[in-house]
Design a protein around this ligand. Structure first.
Ligand code: FAD
Length: 399
């Protein structure tokens, strides 16, 4: 039987998992198109941005796919021709496919807030995390222009994770750069809704708010962020002096789908049928697909498993199964050794939550690499400030 050429586009959760699963079957010739030579494990990006090792948030594709029957092309997909069954890449290369799986993830949406795209920081990539980390160091090392107020925008999981990690990290940085003094770092979290994680039960929002306040984070609700400049944030008409604004409040679907005339839902995600197809043989999974639990790594992994199993069923002459969404478990770490877990109707928090989060990360890595590598990676969360050039400089100032 002729091998089916399956092109997987996107080197994130959905794409990596799809390529790995398909490569187990000799029916398929698998090509992965990724715009970066490494996979980013977003759930730990807050940790890398706040002094943790990049080992926990980044894995080179060459390492993930060593010995696997997968061709890797580092390039950007720009145009699909469904009639000819080809995909055009930014380099001009055109590749053929029998079936194609898109898992391109989302991009940041600043909702047109003036200056936000230029001046705010993010934690949506390793590059973002490293830029933020370097800025935090440099800000504290500058005795004249230092500004000790840190603002996180967005009370969803990402905003909560980084806001929870910042107070301890800033204290650590001050010590490291020899800055003495009693004043506490001012970390503020701004959420447009009246509570944190507005889609979760009220009790979860209350626990999170209590925990963040305990860590010294000031919470601001229902106030519009209007503009940002190099050293000021305009919040509800009032200027706030800060050089560090971390934007976590908005995402948009990857523009590839609009540019290529996919049918989109009101939320901008791609409408897919019960087999996760936008059109026959064109699968859209993970954050790009308009499914019940889209927007979670667990969903992207589930989707990848589902689509690849159906492709195998097809090759074996069996009928495909319809997609069933799988409810994710929500685990949000907030500061050291503490996380909240929302599992179905239950929620619990504290050290037990933290241990569960460590277990969930291990499972997340284990999904794409051998158990022993996953174990080493989970343990690498203890490594601090690896690869950091500005770390050793002492300022010896009094704050
Ligand atoms: C900071 C942060 C923390 C998170 N924490 C959690 C968590 O704790 N638990 C959880 O379940 N979920 C979490 N999520 C959400 C989760 O990471 C996403 O749902 C998941 O990454 C979606 O997987 P995906 O494969 O659809 O897209 P992604 O993992 O985003 O992968 C998309 C890939 O496609 C690449 N790409 C984009 N355009 C192109 C193109 N044109 N050509 C080629 N490649 C392209 C991108 O660079 C990227 O590598 C978090 C997200 C963020 C940003």
């Amino acid at each position: 039987m002729k091998k089916q050429e399956i092109v997987v586009v996107g080197g994130g959760f959905g794409g990596i998992k799809s390529a790995l699963e398909l490569s187990k079957y000799s029916y398929f010739k698998v090509t992965l198109v990724a715009d970066k030579p490494f996979f980013e494990y977003y759930p730990m990006m807050y940790h890398t941005a706040s002094g943790g090792s990049k080992v926990v948030s980044t894995i080179p594709l060459g390492e993930l796919f060593a010995g696997k029957r997968i061709e890797i092309i580092i390039d950007k997909a720009i145009k699909i021709n469904r009639g000819k069954k080809t995909l055009k890449l930014a380099s001009g290369q055109i590749i053929d496919y029998d079936a194609i799986i898109f898992a391109l993830g989302t991009t940041t949406n600043y909702f047109g807030i003036k200056g936000m795209d230029k001046y705010s920081f993010g934690i949506k990539s390793l590059k973002d995390a490293e830029i933020l980390k370097t800025h935090l160091h440099k800000n504290l090392m500058d005795p004249i222009h230092r500004e000790d107020r840190y603002v996180v925008i967005g009370g969803g999981p990402t905003g909560i994770e980084i806001a929870g990690a910042l107070p301890e990290y800033i204290k650590y940085l001050r010590k490291q750069h020899g800055i003495r003094g009693r004043s506490k770092p001012k970390v503020m979290l701004i959420e447009a809704a009246p509570r944190l994680m507005p889609r979760m039960p009220h009790s979860v929002s209350r626990v999170l708010a209590r925990r963040l306040r305990h860590l010294g984070v000031q919470l601001v609700f229902k106030k519009p962020v209007q503009a940002e400049s190099a050293d000021t944030l305009l919040l509800d008409g009032k200027p706030i002096k800060t050089k560090t604004v971390i934007w976590t409040a908005g995402i948009a679907n990857n523009s590839f789908f609009k540019d290529n005339h996919f049918i989109l839902s009101d939320n901008g995600r791609v409408k897919v049928d019960q087999l996760m197809q936008a059109w026959p043989g064109v699968f859209v999974i993970g954050d790009n697909a308009d499914t019940k639990y889209t927007g979670m790594a667990q969903t992207a992994l589930h989707d990848a498993n589902y689509v690849t199993k159906n492709l195998v069923r097809y090759m074996e002459g069996k009928d495909p199964k319809a997609y069933k969404p799988k409810k994710p478990i929500y685990i949000t770490p907030v500061g050291k050794n503490w996380a909240i877990v929302v599992w179905g109707g239950m929620h619990f928090y504290g050290k037990l939550g933290w241990l569960l989060r460590k277990g969930a990360d291990w499972i997340g890595y284990r999904d794409i690499e051998p158990w022993w590598k996953a174990s080493n990676r989970t343990m690498a969360d203890r490594i601090k400030e690896d690869n950091c050039l500005v770390c050793a400089t002492k300022v010896n100032a009094i704050d």
